[in-house]
Design a protein around this ligand. Structure first.
Ligand code: ZN
Length: 431
């Protein structure tokens, strides 16, 4: 038995099965209540074709995915959950190619998703595209005073329903899925419309719809699942610290490791660990026996990998110079002026206060590194544009250029204009 609270606030006790899937809405439920919708299990392409065209004509779609990537390079889509209108669909991607969903993703429909970052990667891989219009309920919640809430806490806050805890170790690729696994999966989309409606209302009240939309689009645009293999070395911290020939060898090994992992569809660490990769780059072995003695390298890696392939890469790397390597766009802006280092701490304290006063997630507003980037004038600084600029960017400029000051008051830390005071020796900070 599980206890749930009906949206009216009334407590009812229903069986677990009924809570999960079969709950019929009672007369006192609101029109946005979708509990009466049961789910359809879609496992043939004809049915999915119909669903895909229904989706392409919908104005709003709730979406979630279940996937595994523990033992693969590419995320392995195991289940696709959709809600359109009052209907919930569970699509079995092991039986159906979900690529036809691309039309709906490219349409003007709003896709309501929760903590969508990884789902976007999955969609990109499975459908070749991501939603044109994304509303991420976790991102939006940051604008109404919540800090990266889980789906269950959002659902409980807005609908009173307590979602049953899922089994984190569920194998979503297993077939047949058990009824409780399907119910759990359906619940991941079941309440998204109601949460969406409530978040929109709250955002509207605070006049922050645009902020949330901008931030959701930003998340969508930043999605870059396949960073070029030749840049793979830049993602290994120890490799970035290498210099000279060792860096060249590391870069070639990392690129080879990435391509090998992609083509075999295994995690990169199955091909070669970071430790072994950096060890090889430092020792530059010239023979398979030397290779075997490198720290972190063991026979496991020779199972699928021809050792001579690695030795050849070492030789090639030794013939390169570091300036021949592919590298990330360098950030040309200067380091933070040391006189401004103290300002970062001061500004951080003020940002926390603003976040508190404005009921915003502080990490959404500005991290320490955002402040640092802004103060040193980096062109990519999040604080230099849009709502962040209005809310904190401009005031920070006033503060560090001496036109404003921070003071403690009863309400906390406040930023005050410094009136007509003029300062002769204040240089604009390096922006
Ligand atoms: Zn899910």
């Amino acid at each position: 038995m599980a206890r749930r609270r009906a949206p009216s606030g009334m407590w009812t006790t229903v069986t677990r099965r009924r809570t999960l899937a079969g709950y019929k809405s009672s007369p006192d439920t609101t029109p946005t209540d979708n509990h009466s919708a049961d789910y359809a299990w879609i496992r043939d392409s004809t049915a999915f074709g119909g669903l895909a065209s229904e989706a392409a004509n919908a104005s709003r779609i709730a979406l979630d995915t279940e996937f595994h990537r523990e033992r693969t390079y590419w995320p392995n889509l195991a289940l696709l959950q959709l809600q359109i209108g009052n209907n919930i669909y569970l699509v079995d991607p092991l039986e159906v190619d979900v690529a036809p969903l691309a039309d709906a993703l490219d349409s003007n429909a709003t896709f309501v998703m929760h903590a969508a970052a990884q789902d976007l990667e999955v969609l990109e891989r499975a459908c070749g595209t991501v939603p044109k219009n994304l509303f991420d309920t976790q991102v939006a919640a940051g604008f109404v005073g919540m800090t990266t809430p889980s789906l269950s806490s959002l659902v409980e806050r807005y609908t009173g329903v307590r979602l049953p805890k899922g089994d984190r170790l569920t194998d979503w690729l297993e077939r047949p899925l058990k009824p409780n696994q399907r119910d759990y999966a359906a619940n991941d989309v079941r309440y998204l419309f109601e949460v969406h409606d409530r978040l929109l209302a709250d955002l509207k009240q605070l006049n922050r719809q645009d902020w949330a939309t901008t931030e959701c689009q930003r998340m969508r645009d930043r999605m870059k699942p396949n960073v070029a293999p030749e840049l793979a070395w830049t993602r290994i911290k120890e490799a970035r610290h290498l210099t000279g020939k060792a860096r060249c060898v590391a870069a070639l090994l990392a690129e080879w490791r990435e391509r090998t992992a992609q083509s075999r569809d295994v995690p990169t660490r199955f091909v070669l660990s970071d430790l072994a990769l950096v060890g090889i780059a430092q020792r530059a072995p010239r023979s398979t026996s030397e290779l075997k003695s490198v720290r972190g390298f063991d026979g496991r890696y020779l199972k699928d990998t021809n050792g001579t392939e690695i030795i050849e890469l070492v030789e090639k790397g030794l013939a390169l110079s570091p300036d021949q390597l592919a590298t990330l766009e360098p950030d040309e802006s200067p380091q933070l002026d040391k006189d401004l280092r103290a300002a970062v701490t001061l500004v951080s304290a003020w940002i926390s206060q603003v976040a508190k006063d404005e009921a915003l997630d502080p990490a959404l507003l500005a991290t320490r590194s955002d402040i640092n980037d802004f103060l040193r004038g980096s062109p990519n600084s999040r604080l230099a544009t849009g709502w962040r600029s209005d809310l904190v960017g401009e005031p920070i400029k006033d503060l560090v250029e001496g036109r404003a000051a921070l003071a403690f008051e009863k309400a906390g830390l406040v930023l005050e204009q410094r009136g007509n005071t003029t300062f002769k020796n204040i240089e604009p900070f390096n922006r």
